[in-house]
Each structure stands twice: as structure tokens, then as C-alpha cells.
Design a protein around this ligand. Structure first.
Ligand SMILES: Nc1nc2c(ncn2[C@@H]2O[C@H](COP(=O)(O)OP(=O)(O)OP(=O)(O)O)[C@@H](O)[C@H]2O)c(=O)[nH]1
Ligand SMILES: [Mg+2]
Length: 301
């Protein structure tokens, strides 16, 4: 879900900043955007600020933290892909309340989305250490997530850059998740080098020229029992797996990742061998629909 939200290139990524009143959310927002702290007043509604991480538009949403306002967090949480939760580390008497607010927020936030917890006001002499606060937080809502805790001072800026680097890293990581991988073709040859199944017509793109096919075909005939694992042909690369009398060939672009292609082909050959050669055609169609095209189709819809 995170990935798909972040992969929709036109929509900005919403990052919501939560925490109790007085925790330092607005001060932090100002520091993020302006590079310095400016005076704040308690937030009654929301503050929105835009910024860019690489080519990605980030929409920072800072909400008022007073108890009466916390029920208004939910709408923003549901539109967001990232939570920054700010805790006033100098307000020990409010850590339990902060923990409750954090868990309320997490209960409305899909379990795979990332959370950054910031222990603010480290410049104050009485600020609690990370160890002390961590002991008092129930972190069970973070289990499956990318999450991180950092000590900062939103007034002085200590730790803010580090925190921001983490946000950048996590957001870019998800944003750069490669698009679904569609090979140009998959061909399974028997031990004589005769194609058992060819399915180029299943893929909408990149149909192979007949000449190319026959080149691969004669190549395989010549090397069927060899350990040859790949050849480059212009912009295309053909990867081979030899297994139990069969040779599988997957044709990809030279820019595609070899490992993904080999994993896919290996999985397919296992299935073809398990289901029997006579069912190879059916196995391949099903495999293409489920393992290859499925992610593409669901993205296109
Ligand atoms: N010493 C110190 N004070 C801070 C720090 N961050 C914020 N403050 C102060 O804490 C007070 C509250 O800061 P805000 O940023 O307005 O707090 P908020 O979380 O936005 O509060 P609400 O809008 O009411 O939810 C202000 O007086 C800030 O100057 C910090 O790192 N150190
Ligand atoms: Mg505020």
C-alpha cells in the first residue's frame, strides 16, 4: 500500500506530524522547511507545508495536539504514508499520555507504513534519555513497520538533519521500488532443443521477431546440454536454465535485473516439471497471469 501510494508519481506524499500539545511539532515543521526554529503558537487547526525530496513532492501536515483535537488526527492519518510522532522528552509526566496518543494513531495507520518517533527538547537539562522513554512506550504497534527513534532538539536543530535523512531514505526507498518486471518472452525447450512452449503472444509488449526466435532456437539446439547461462543479442539478453532434460530461456532487456529473471524462470521450470510436460502450456499461462501480469494489471486498474 505504501509502495503504491508512493509510486503514483503525480500525487504528493503526505507525511503527518503528530504528538501531544507542546511537544514541538510546529517548531520542527518550521525547522524542516526554513532550516531554523521560529516562534510558534499552539496549533488549533493544521499547518501544511510542501517540500521536495528528489522529484517527489512531500506534503507535511502538522496538527494541533491538544486532547480535544486528537480525534481530528484520524482523517489526516488515513491520507498519509508516513507518521512523525514527536514526544517532549522533558515532560516525563506526559510520557504515558504520549504513548496512548501514539497507539491511537497507529491503530488507524496501515501496518506496513513507516513511523519516526522523535524525542524532542534534548537541549533541556532534565530531558529523559532514549532508554528511559523506550522502556515506557508500548511499541507493539510498530512490529511490522520501518520505524526509528531519534533524539532531537527542534529549537537548536540537533538531530533534525539525521531525522530528516531517515525520512528521505525510507521515502526514496519505497518510491524507487522497481516497476513490475515483464520479460519479453519465455520459451521452454525439450532435450532436442525443440520449443515445448512459447508464449510471446501473452505479453502485450515486446513480441519477438521471428528471426530472433529462430536464432535462439538454433542456439539452444547447439548448446542444450551445456552449462551456458546467458547470451546478449543487441538490446536483449537471453538467460538459460537447464534442468531435468529441459532448457528454459527467458528474454529480457539488457537493462533488466538478471536475478529477478533467473528467479522467475527457475520458479516456472519447477512448476512445469511438477505439473508434467504435457501440461506445460497451461502451467506457463497460469504462471504468467499470476506471477507476472497480475501486479501489472492491478496497477493499471
Ligand atoms: N527547549 C526547547 N523548547 C522547544 C523545543 N521544541 C519546541 N519547543 C518549545 O515548545 C513550545 C511548543 O512548541 P510547538 O512547536 O508550538 O508545539 P506543538 O507540538 O506544535 O504544540 P500544539 O500545536 O499545541 O500541538 C514552544 O514554546 C517551543 O518553543 C526544543 O527542542 N527545545
Ligand atoms: Mg503546533
Amino acid at each position: 500500500m505504501f509502495t503504491s501510494k508512493l509510486n503514483s508519481k503525480d500525487a504528493p506524499v503526505n507525511v503527518v506530524i503528530l504528538g501531544l500539545d507542546g511537544a514541538g511539532k510546529t517548531t520542527l515543521l518550521n525547522y524542516f522547511v526554513e532550516g531554523q526554529a521560529t516562534e510558534t503558537i499552539p496549533t488549533a487547526g493544521t499547518n501544511h507545508r510542501r517540500m521536495k525530496i528528489k522529484s517527489l513532492e512531500i506534503n507535511l501536515i502538522d496538527l494541533g495536539g491538544r486532547k480535544a483535537f486528537r480525534r481530528f488526527w484520524i482523517k489526516s492519518i488515513q491520507k498519509s504514508s508516513f507518521i512523525i510522532f514527536v514526544i517532549d522528552a522533558a515532560a516525563r509526566e506526559r510520557v504515558t499520555e504520549a504513548n496512548e496518543a501514539l497507539n491511537m494513531a497507529l491503530s488507524h495507520f496501515p501496518g506496513e507504513l513507516p513511523v519516526l518517533i522523535l524525542l524532542n527538547k534534548q537541549d533541556l537539562p532534565g530531558a529523559a534519555s532514549m532508554a528511559e522513554i523506550m522502556k515506557r512506550l508500548d511499541l507493539s504497534g510498530l512490529q511490522e513497520r520501518d520505524w526509528q527513534v531519534e533524539e532531537i532538539s527542534a529549537i537548536q536543530g540537533n538531530g533534525v538533519k539525521r531525522a530528516f535523512e531517515w525520512i528521505k531514505k525510507v521515502i526514496s526507498y519505497h518510491h524507487d521500488t522497481p516497476a513490475p518486471f515483464i520479460p519479453k518472452d519465455i520459451i521452454i525447450f525439450d532435450r532436442r532443443g525443440v520449443p515445448v512452449v512459447i508464449k510471446s503472444h501473452v505479453f502485450k509488449e515486446g513480441r519477438l521477431a521471428a528471426g530472433f526466435l529462430s536464432a535462439i532456437n538454433s542456439f539452444v539446439k547447439a548448446v542444450a546440454h551445456d552449462q551456458l547461462t546467458s547470451i546478449n543479442m543487441g538490446k536483449n539478453k537471453v538467460l538459460f536454465i537447464h534442468r531435468e532434460q529441459l532448457t528454459g530461456a527467458i528474454i529480457i532487456s539488457v537493462d533488466d535485473g538478471e536475478k529477478r529473471a533467473m528467479d522467475l524462470l527457475s520458479l516456472l521450470m519447477d512448476e512445469i516439471i511438477i505439473n508434467g510436460l504435457e501440461n506445460a502450456e497451461k502451467t506457463l499461462s497460469k504462471f504468467i497471469m499470476e506471477k507476472i501480469l497480475d501486479s501489472k494489471v492491478s496497477q493499471d486498474v
